[in-house]
Ligand binder design. Structure first.
Ligand code: SF4
Length: 190
């Protein structure tokens, strides 16, 4: 698979996932507070290179790859470089369309516990401020409501490129490696 084909395949996984999450949100009414973005302020967010490959290709196509690489190399804290706390609007992600897999999954996906039961992975704000909807969603998941399972979605990325999907890095490092991967790919093709 060529790099653009991998990007298309990742975007297809993202699109399907986004549709499932939208259906889950609509059914359960669970939602993020307008303009919240607190989950993006965690300094320990980890991601794989593959989930940021679409963003890296987008930067390359916009001739912004070198500029972002330079900023990532200079950055000396762990907060995601894409986060823009001063941005006006619904969220704080300056590249929402190109956000990573973890950014899409968190809040509206599940993990399977040791008893084989799906548990919703969401934030404390949603749990405490939307308790009734959260409790009902957990019950409905038990009786078959569709919710993405994190591991299963990561396995879909593994099937696209195991090397780029298997290892997790602090988020800025993952973005950096994704940009380097794209630059390396095109260095031999232009
Ligand atoms: S890519 Fe966007 S959504 Fe993901 S952690 Fe960074 S700012 Fe948040």
């Amino acid at each position: 698979m060529t790099l653009p084909e991998k990007v298309d395949a990742v975007n297809k996984v993202f699109d399907e996932l986004d549709s499932r999450i939208a259906a889950f949100q609509s059914h359960t009414t669970l939602h993020c507070q307008f303009g919240c973005g607190k989950c993006c302020f965690k300094p320990d967010i980890e991601a794989s290179v593959l989930e940021f490959l679409p963003f890296a290709l987008h930067l390359y196509q916009q001739q912004l790859a070198a500029q972002w690489l330079e900023q990532l190399e200079k950055k000396n804290d762990l907060l995601c470089l894409i986060l823009n706390p001063t941005q006006a609007g619904a969220g704080l992600c300056s590249q929402y369309k190109h956000r990573g897999l973890i950014c899409r999954l968190f809040g509206y996906s599940s993990r399977t516990n040791k008893y084989g039961r799906k548990e919703l992975v969401t934030c404390t704000i949603i749990k405490s401020e939307q308790t009734n909807a959260y409790t009902l969603a957990e019950k409905e998941i038990d009786t078959g409501l569709d919710v993405p399972v994190m591991n299963q979605v990561y396995m879909q990325l593994h099937a696209i490129d195991f090397e780029l999907a298997q290892r997790f890095y602090p988020i800025n490092q993952a973005i950096r490696h994704a940009i380097e991967t794209v630059l390396q790919y095109y260095a031999y093709r232009t």
